[in-house]
Design a protein around this ligand. Structure first.
Ligand SMILES: *Cc1c(COP(=O)(O)O)cnc(C)c1O
Length: 454
């Protein structure tokens, strides 16, 4: 029965990021629960990458599911042009309350890539509105990845990213190395001084570059890049689509550097991995450049499903879980709900252990995940072919000296009951933030054993 939808549908599916002539067929999934994915043949996989970094509370969290169900009956969707609704306005207020200082306006988009497109367009039009239309290029970084749409592609690494086939078809931007020391910062400073007349903004994945190569930089380096961008009148755009919501240990990666971007992009874990939603937050300075008597100064963007109420309800529910009892605030959309549920971590699927992490607060949970990842991945360092092991928050990376034979490796992970997707020379983990020590241990052990025996 299950095989019918699979065999009949498969010839009509165009799959992401793969050579379909040679790629093995996808695994049929029938359900998810907690940190696990259940396949049609009954096997369960522990998800090591949280559905592309999104399922931060694990799958099917009852609080998020209840919020979405409730919203579904009230209003699944209504256009955002000329209309407003509670889930979006509540979410906007809450996001501005938790975001770095000064980010006071929220533009909702329908995915991470679109949130990046919105950020780039905002920066371009900001300068146009201020009478500086020649500031129309962006600074971005090698190994960076900002999404799959043309604007986002143009600010991703043109050689190494998923987009190299298009490098001559997108706008050319300034693709720089992330400065690493005093010497390269001096060069960076000089360079920015030379090009700032035609640069609208700088876009960076703070602390951790994700899909472009899983490279890390320090909070000091991030703070210095921010300082120099500001010095040279360049808008600082933080793409926290992957790093946001505690992935790197802090609520937002920029918090560790103590900086406030002009524009902040959110996505992925924003809805707890339940629905697609992006958000672009802007400072009041950016926003106010769009106010005026000239209708052309208005921001011309508005996706059909912008601020989708179901997605906003999921995001509000996800924030409830991150901020169980904010002092002096009544954040919960449903005041009739039992307070106690917010004090318990994500309920485990039947038959699986409850996630147990010492410390109820998220930063200490993240510390505990980071410690476990660091401790359990460290033995990979001495394996042949491994050049680096690095860990930041709930991100663990094993880097190999050469590109991995992904096709050979993937079935071995499946065989050990874990869902891990190596790419290029990287094997990484970015599990749900509620993962139990036991489940995380199974993920790290699978990586160690499989790389050792490879
Ligand atoms: C995933 C990602 C995006 C794109 O988000 P989508 O929802 O896939 O469009 C953009 N920037 C970063 C840093 C990402 O990790």
């Amino acid at each position: 029965m299950t095989k019918d939808w699979y065999n009949e549908g498969l010839p009509h599916i165009w799959r992401p990021y793969c050579q379909m002539k040679t790629e093995p067929p996808p695994l049929p999934v029938v359900s998810t629960q907690g940190c696990r994915i259940t396949l049609a043949d009954g096997r369960e996989l522990i998800d090591g990458i949280a559905s592309w970094w999104s399922a931060c509370h694990g799958y099917n969290h009852p609080h998020i599911a209840a919020a979405v169900k409730k919203q579904l009956e009230i209003m699944p969707h209504v256009m955002f042009g000329g209309l407003a609704h509670e889930p979006a306005l509540t979410l906007a207020r809450r996001l501005t309350e938790i975001a770095p200082a000064g980010l006071s306006r929220v533009f909702f988009a329908d995915s991470g890539s679109v949130a990046v497109e919105v950020a780039l367009k905002m920066a371009l039009q900001y300068w146009r509105n201020l009478g500086k239309p020649h500031k129309d290029r962006f600074i971005c970084f090698k190994d960076g990845y900002h999404g799959d749409t043309p604007g986002a592609m143009s600010v991703s690494d043109p050689e190494k990213s998923l987009h190299k086939a298009f490098k001559n078809s997108v706008i050319k931007q300034y693709v720089l190395d992330i400065p690493a020391d005093e010497y390269s910062f001096a060069e960076f400073d000089t360079l920015l001084g030379g090009i700032n007349g035609n640069v609208a903004g700088l876009i960076i994945e703070p602390l951790v570059q994700g899909a472009g190569g899983m490279r890390f930089h320090s909070a000091d380096i991030l703070a210095e890049i921010h300082r120099l961008a500001k010095k040279h009148n360049i808008l600082f755009i933080a793409d926290e689509i992957a790093t946001g919501f505690y992935r790197t240990g802090n609520l937002f990666a920029v918090n560790e550097a103590g900086i406030a971007p002009d524009i902040l992009c959110l996505g992925k874990a924003l809805t707890g991995g339940t629905m697609t939603l992006g958000a672009t937050l802007a400072s009041e300075d950016v926003f106010s450049a769009f106010l005026g008597d000239n209708p052309d100064a208005a921001f011309m963007h508005g996706p059909t499903f912008m601020a989708n109420p179901l997605a906003c309800a999921a995001a509000n529910a996800s924030l409830d879980l991150f901020f169980p009892s904010p002092p002096g605030r009544r954040w919960r959309a449903a005041p009739d709900e039992d307070d106690a549920r917010y004090d318990t971590p994500s309920p485990a699927p039947s038959g699986h252990p409850l996630p147990k992490r010492e410390g109820k607060d998220w930063p200490s949970r993240l510390e505990s995940i980071e410690r476990q990842l660091a401790g359990q991945l460290a033995p990979c360092r001495t394996l042949p072919g491994v050049v680096d092991v690095r860990v930041k928050g709930a991100i663990g990376v094993v880097q190999m000296e050469a590109n991995i034979d992904v096709t050979a490796l993937k079935p071995k992970f499946i065989g050990r009951g874990v869902w891990v997707r190596p790419f290029r020379d990287i094997v990484y983990l970015a599990p749900p933030l509620v993962i139990s020590t036991e489940e995380l241990g199974m993920l790290t052990e699978a990586i160690h054993v499989i790389l050792r025996d490879a």
